[in-house]
Design a protein around this ligand. Sequence first.
Ligand code: AMP
Length: 210
Amino acid sequence: MKIIFLGAPGAGKGTQAEKTSVRLGIPTISTGAIIREAVKTGTEMGLKAKKSMEQGALVEDDVVIGIIKERLAKSDCANGFILDGFPRTVPQAIALEKMGITLDKVISIEVPDEVISARMTGRRVCSTCGASYHVTDNPSRNGETCDKCDTPLTVRADDAPEVVLSRLAVYHETTEPLKDYYKAKGMLEIVDGNGPVEQTSARTLEAIGK
Ligand code: AMP
């Protein structure tokens, strides 16, 4: 299956994408994680993307489309994939279509902005493998290190309150129009993400038809 997860930052799409990926046995591709890794290792693309990311702005379409083209060409994507955080603009969605990719479902995970702002302060991430946790909703086993690779968990710089506000504004202005875009193609499924992680997972699987 080829699935896209849409949703505001902090709506839980990364968490749901990871769970769905394990359930369906297909990889999750997170452009945010790929860009964060490039920033960390200081590649040319990372240096270009760093400022936009820190300000809560989007990285240029060309850069992100290049990342996705390269990643989807890898053999582990042959049986399907989940895209977490791509596309985020209509030109990115058009680029995906031009790559000849036919999607099965577009899942939009929806949570009110006030709930998201509160959630963000509790988010913790693993800088080694990219896994995402939450201090109360989805904690790691010992609350301090990653369950998968034991790296101490940290707060993402772009989860700072002022950056969260601008990321929400960017979402409503630039990414939310994608809902209409995919609705018109009959692919959109709305999932209520305002509840416990397991409840959202159940709703997500139902929306995917699994
Ligand atoms: P995420 O982890 O998906 O919340 O992404 C973190 C940041 O990476 C975003 O705030 C953007 O700066 C950048 N980013 C990730 N995916 C995209 C995309 N599809 N288009 C543009 N920028 C992106």
